[in-house]
Design a protein around this ligand. Sequence first.
Ligand code: TXA
Ligand code: MG
Length: 348
Amino acid sequence: METELLKIYDLEEQIHEMERAAALIKGGEVVAFPTETVYGLGADGLSESAVRKIFKAKGRPQDNPLILHVDSIQMLKRLVRDIPKDAYKCMERFWPGPLTMLFRKSDLVPDIITAGLQTVAIRMPSHPIALELIKRAGTPIAAPSANISGRPSPTRASHVVQDMKGKIAMIIDGGETGVGLESTVLDLTEKVPMVLRPGGVTLEDLRDLLPEVVIDPGLGDRKEFTPKSPGQKYRHYAPKAEMILFSGDKERVVAAIMERARREGAQGKRVGLLVTEENRNRYPGENVVVMGSVRDKRTIAHGLFHAIRRLDELEIDIILCESVEEDQIGMAIMNRLLKAAGGNRINL
Ligand code: TXA
Ligand code: MG
């Protein structure tokens, strides 16, 4: 299939070009588009045959449900049985934006979206191109991250081209995404509000509104809990190389990474380092990729997936990676790093 690339420089100037993208969605095709978190792989969320094309293009397991993207509360209402009070509070504060919430689904939502679950995940993105696309298509857009299943999520159109060229009808290029990590997934359908995936809206932000909110115990290192969100059980965000995450005392981390790099290098391996801006100059060698600065961890969220794709291009055999503090957006960053490393972590 020929994949059309639509570059949007100025949405207002090019508003008529969005009509073509919307027509493709209405016609049951798949269109990749930017959101404020990562690029999404979109299709008409009410059409089973359109949604099936998303699963095929990504190579996504059928038991992993999708998020529906809406442009209004009116559109949301048709998709859910009820809207809890806490959900209204969260929508008021965080929508449009990087918060996905689970609702009890209405009959309108096809089973393929929810993988047979009785809940449906919904969010209203804030990216103007995403909102425009949903509005013009006049239907909720189902959209997982626009990567091949298991690969790092795309934060630039070029990443989507790498993974999806020839498999989908169109890629809308809206430049780099802002947040750089996916939305927070929040379950409000049980007694206690629970974060199933940390993301763009932080736990601290949520606590402000919902003091009793907890994190799904299945997200940590402990093997006796399984994550509630099906997507969290898969290896994800994964580079081609083996990856090891180093946590703990900062000085020891730098020393341990250097020592390990020396040992792996001596065995003829190509070693790549994934580090913070502040420590960049402490590491000798070429394949040192900066993920962002600890002084503002949002820069790390923004740059992380691009950095991992860079290391893939360098054809590294093993990646040694620094950790960040788990407060604020650091919790989502560490969740992605741990997954990218397949749980491979050394505590110092
Ligand atoms: O920021 C984002 O959320 C991006 C952009 C494109 O909006 N989308 C995204 O979609 O990250 P995806 O499919 O890559 O991740 C959706 C996550 C998966 O972990 C999935 O298992 C979970 O949400 N999820 C979806 N529906 C669910 C449900 N009903 N119950 C529990 N988890 C659900
Ligand atoms: Mg994803």
